[in-house]
Design a protein around this ligand. Structure first.
Ligand code: ZN
Length: 466
């Protein structure tokens, strides 16, 4: 049997790995989109490196677009296999893929306007909202710890990876002649001691481990300080400067963590008397899905919900759906908190809020997650004095803050803790994926020092016999 690494190799988006069994069964692990590389991204996404009609099963670790975003595209190209994931991942995919389709349509419309001016023919979006809806019929949801058998040849089991709602580490047992090969795929690994989701959970011994390495050379501060840092950002911006606190956030996961942190602060009367807006239709839908999947919650939030049944809602918090209400925030002069997607500030309504407020020193932009180096978020946070937004140059005068501990990804000590459930001698190989090249080199050295000897960093489209 062999594995081909078709994406997220020495980079952090486009997760795709293809396993072909000895009998020829083709199982794709994730089908993620490349993000954040401008024009180059589109051609990278269209060129898959495999024939979608040949894929029998797609096993999805979690709903983030860099892991799931090309599912509508392969379905449009003729993929008609089965997609396996947890129930929460399926529900999140239903809204996230439709949203991604809508973004593709809108981006293509803008792009085609430019092409028309240049006398060039229009291009088609990689997929549409309708394509995204069409692929949902392929999904079968499998709860954590239930074994799913594929044609008597492969068993699949999901373990909670504690990264976002429904996220999983995938365990495969693949028959290969007389032997059974055990393969683990971590997907993205979350942090420990989070406020809503459970810790990443130990998983049974594997021989091959495909492991994420986003923060393979970084240590985060402890999560306990995050709530304090958030409160300070609110007080300094809204009370002292009388300005707006803009929090660009991924619609799923981070947004709900911020909302829940503000909810807790409000519950103990520590939050000043200001309005909080969640201005992202996707965040609104994601929060509703989160409310449905309390089976993924940890004990602490379950306890909290005994005294406050809705951890994602309080009096001064408003969820905004309409474009009109979103635009109204621009002309509002009172201090407030605006939580809006996308987290990397590349798209979505937050980009408009940033364009409208970045030159105002009373505004604070609070970054709460990872920004891919080529994105607007990364440019702002690394201290560029001027940035281009929607084709216009803006001076960066807003105050910039960062809460790194809210990262959805484990740091290297947490990654080491995560794999401590494994016996080092029984692991034949660890494949590092989903990390920038330098970070992966550093993480490999750390792993080697701690006794994990056989660690590889596969190249793009490298095929390895297992
Ligand atoms: Zn993720």
């Amino acid at each position: 049997m062999k594995i081909e690494f078709l994406g997220a190799t020495r980079e952090v988006t486009g997760s795709k790995h293809l396993i072909t069994t000895r009998k020829g069964l083709k199982i794709l692990l994730d089908c993620g989109m490349y993000q954040g590389k401008g024009l180059e991204t589109d051609s990278m996404n269209r060129d898959l490196g495999f024939d979608p009609t040949e894929i029998d099963y797609l096993i999805l670790s979690h709903a983030h677009i860099d892991h799931s975003g090309l599912i509508p595209y392969i379905h449009k190209l003729g993929f008609n296999g089965t997609i396996l994931c947890t129930p929460a991942t399926r529900d999140l995919c239903a809204i996230m893929l439709a949203d991604a389709g809508r973004i593709q349509e809108a981006d293509t419309r803008t792009f085609n306007k430019k092409r028309q001016l240049q006398g060039l023919p229009p291009v088609e979006p990689i997929y549409t909202q309708a394509d995204a809806q069409a692929c949902m019929g392929c999904f079968i949801s499998v709860p954590y710890h239930k074994k799913f058998n594929i044609e008597g040849e492969v068993t699949v089991e999901f373990f909670d990876a504690g990264h976002i709602l429904g996220s999983s580490c995938v365990l495969l047992e693949v028959k290969d002649g007389r032997r059974t090969v055990k393969i683990g795929f971590t997907g993205d690994v979350g942090r420990y001691d989070k406020k809503i989701l459970r810790d990443p959970e130990p998983f049974p011994q594997v021989e091959y481990l495909i492991m994420e390495s986003t923060y393979g050379d970084r240590l985060h501060t402890t999560l306990d300080t995050a709530e304090q840092e958030l409160l300070m950002a609110v007080l300094d911006t809204c009370t002292k400067k009388k300005g707006k606190l803009i929090i660009p956030s991924f619609a799923i996961g981070r947004a709900q963590e911020i909302i829940y942190a503000l909810d807790r602060l409000e519950h103990v009367k520590m939050l000043p008397d200001i309005d909080v807006f969640v201005d992202s239709p996707l965040s609104v839908s994601a929060t509703n899905i989160m409310r449905l999947h309390t089976e993924c919650f940890n004990e602490a939030i379950a306890d909290y919900m005994k005294s406050d049944p809705d951890p994602f809602g309080f009096d001064r918090l408003q969820y905004i759906q309409s474009v009109q209400a979103s635009k109204a925030l621009n002309v509002r002069h009172k201090p407030c908190v605006i939580i809006s997607a996308s987290g990397m500030m590349e798209a979505g309504r937050v980009k408009h809020h940033i364009a409208n407020h970045i030159e105002d020193p009373s505004t604070t932009i609070l970054c709460v997650g990872y920004c891919e180096p080529s994105t607007l978020g990364a440019k702002i946070m690394r201290g560029d004095k001027t940035v281009s937004i929607f084709g216009q140059l803006h001076k960066v005068r807003a105050e910039l803050r960062n809460i790194e501990s809210l990262s959805g990804h484990a740091d290297y000590e947490e990654l080491l803790r995560y794999i401590s459930c494994q016996n080092k001698r029984q692991i034949k190989k660890i494949f590092l994926v989903h990390g920038e090249e330098q970070t992966q080199d550093n993480f490999r050295r750390t792993l080697n020092k701690r006794g994990w000897k056989r660690v590889e960093i596969p190249a793009f489209r490298e095929a390895i016999e297992l």
